[in-house]
Ligand binder design. Structure first.
Ligand code: PLP
Length: 423
């Protein structure tokens, strides 16, 4: 599409947007009484207006039924983890038996590393991207130490080439090949939280498997943002949180995926709890853990129903919008933002966009690397009612989210950004 740098053009795109009605399904935060430009859905997704109804229904069942809500509730709490499976399977390209909502992201990462990171004396290394999200780094490091290895010579962090901002797939693949005899686990972010790079899940998984390693992904910034095909791409395991693009609210219940081919690997080491035990006799409270097949066998505890209700509310919107529509709009929306930013600073004197310009290698987020005065510019944005995200040392992350952001948001942002640079 031939973009134009005018408000009229942005408004025309909004009028023609098949998803335009979804903005009104969300509460858009206000700053000093004025609707903000909310570009932080990559950090905390907005609240669907329907969330309250879903929560209220559970509160009502609890008030009226007490413990009986487990069986007689509108959505019986005993089976609550099943209700989000369809939506999660759609978003991850998985079978319903491969996904479940449970715990928090970092907890799930540990649980699945217990099963899938099983280092031996000769095969113990982990390959990941340099600068992974802190919690992931801590998880990797502590897992490595738990098995008696030294993080420094066990965790291989891949950095972009000199003068480049993001990793080339060919370099990831060759690093995997280079370490193949000692490699236990390849684990990457789906979309890198800092640069916004969408890694090539298929190629990385293939390379990892060829090397004889297990391959996992942290989809915190990928789920609800980019098209995923975990089942088809043979990914071994994945984890995510649901408060970013999934809009399930602060501290939402997270999720996990284990590929079907591991569904009956009952001999994998795992940490067990009663919710992973065979459903039929879970309440007999007998000795001897028998895991359920599939990801359900990794559950520990009974499902958190209120966070589960909030997740359901949001998943319903994704299903109504349709992922094809969503990702098509996302390409346009972020493409428009990139076009406008490039018009402001075509030569990259003031800032660079770290995020790949290749549309297949990114989701909706653009990470703007400020060459100077970054903090001042960010403050000016905030003052002009833009809610964006600052990352040390000098990156402004902006994420126009296709479910609720508009082309006019993008246009207005670029005008405000231009003024902020001048000030
Ligand atoms: C947001 C995020 C987390 C947060 O972890 P929690 O366990 O949900 O607190 C971890 N890893 C990545 C890559 C993230 O983007």
């Amino acid at each position: 599409m031939q973009f134009e740098n005018t408000l009229a053009f942005a408004r025309k795109l909004d009028r023609n947007d098949p998803l335009k009605k979804f903005r009104n399904a969300f509460y858009i935060p206000k700053v000093k009484g004025k609707t903000s430009i909310y570009f932080t859905g990559n950090s905390l997704g907005l609240q669907p207006k329907s969330t309250k109804k879903f929560l209220d229904e559970e509160l009502t069942d609890w008030a009226e039924l007490g413990v009986e809500g487990h069986v007689h509730g509108k959505r019986p709490w005993l089976y609550y983890h099943k209700f989000t499976k369809k939506g999660l399977a759609l978003l991850t390209g998985a079978k319903t038996s491969e996904v479940v909502a449970m715990n928090h992201l970092t907890v799930n990462l540990h649980l699945l590393m217990v099963s899938f990171y099983r280092p031996t004396k000769s095969r113990f290394k982990i390959i990941t991207e340099a600068g992974a999200f802190s919690s992931d780094q801590y998880a990797f490091e502590s897992q490595v130490k738990f098995h008696g290895f030294e993080p420094d010579n066990t965790i291989i962090e891949l950095k972009p080439r000199e003068h480049e901002h993001t990793l080339r797939t060919e370099d990831i693949v060759s690093a995997i090949q280079q370490h193949k005899d000692e490699l236990a686990l390849v684990i990457f972010g789906g979309v890198q939280y800092y640069t916004g790079q969408f890694f090539d899940i298929q190629k990385i998984t293939e390379a990892g498997h060829t090397a004889g390693a297990i391959v996992g992904f942290d989809l915190a910034h990928a789920i609800g943002n980019v098209k995923l095909d975990l089942h088809k791409h043979q990914v071994d395991f994945a984890v995510w949180c649901s408060y970013k693009y999934l809009n399930a609210g602060p501290g939402a219940v997270a999720g996990a995926f284990v590929h079907e081919r591991h569904s009956k690997s009952f001999d994998l080491p795992r940490f067990a709890g009663w919710w992973g035990h065979h459903e039929q006799d879970r309440f007999q409270m007998k000795k001897g853990f028998i895991p359920m097949a599939g990801i359900d066998g990794w559950q520990l505890s009974n499902h958190p129903v209120l966070p589960g209700a909030a997740l359901l509310a949001s998943l319903e919107l994704f299903q109504q919008a349709g992922l094809k529509n969503l990702f098509a709009k996302s390409l346009l929306l972020t493409g428009y933002l990139e076009y406008l930013l490039n018009q402001i600073d075509a030569t990259g004197k003031i800032f660079n966009i770290l995020t790949p310009s290749d549309k297949k290698s990114r989701g909706c987020q653009l990470s703007i690397f400020m060459k100077y005065n970054g903090h001042k510019v960010f403050k000016a944005l905030t003052k002009a009612d833009v809610i964006a995200d600052w990352r040390e040392p000098n990156v402004i992350r902006v994420a126009p989210v296709p479910l609720y952001n508009t082309f006019e948001d993008v246009y207005q942002f670029s005008e405000i950004f231009k003024k902020a640079l001048r000030a």
